[in-house]
Write a protein that binds this ligand. Structure first.
Ligand SMILES: [Zn+2]
Length: 164
């Protein structure tokens, strides 16, 4: 764990996370060793804070170009997988969603989370495939996952990556 130390005339010791960096603010007389041990002890908390900051950054930087690219990938892969599987959605909408990467309704409308604009192409394709497969199986049955796998051999890795 990398960190920098700023010493001054303060009484307590603080750990601050700023722009992806770990800064320890410490009183002048506290030893390096003490600081090192403290950082080690707080490692879990620090990593969590770094990740939170990272996620916030990611949400912020969806640009118009990212969205256009997302739309292209979604429509191209939807065409490809619909043709392979023989199931076509009525409509695909890209929108801001908080609880899922994608959804599929009984009326055959698919929604894709616009936050995927920050993910790589393969991940986006997996989400599209997943929702197209729901047009055939409205559940996560064995048959559903077999259909996913038939169309994307490495879907398990992608699914894992998406859950991070
Ligand atoms: Zn599903």
């Amino acid at each position: 764990m990398e960190y920098s130390v700023i010493r001054s005339n303060i009484k307590n010791i603080y750990i601050q996370i700023k722009e992806g960096k770990v800064i320890v603010k410490a009183p002048k007389r506290i030893s390096e060793k003490y600081i090192e041990e403290l950082v080690k002890k707080k490692e879990k908390w620090i990593l969590k804070k770094l990740e939170e900051e990272n996620n916030k950054e990611e949400e912020k930087i969806i640009t118009h170009e990212d969205l256009t690219q997302l739309k292209n990938i979604v429509s191209q892969s939807a065409q490809k997988y619909s043709k392979n599987i023989g199931e076509y959605p009525k409509k695909i909408t890209i929108k801001d969603m908080n609880y899922a990467w994608g959804s599929c309704t009984g009326k055959r409308n698919i929604a894709i989370n616009m936050k995927l604009a920050n993910k790589r192409k393969e991940i986006i394709e997996y989400v599209v495939l997943h929702e197209i497969c729901h047009l055939k199986y409205m559940n996560h049955s064995k048959e559903f996952w077999e259909l996913v796998e038939d169309n994307m051999k490495n879907y398990k890795e992608l699914r894992k990556e998406l859950k991070k």
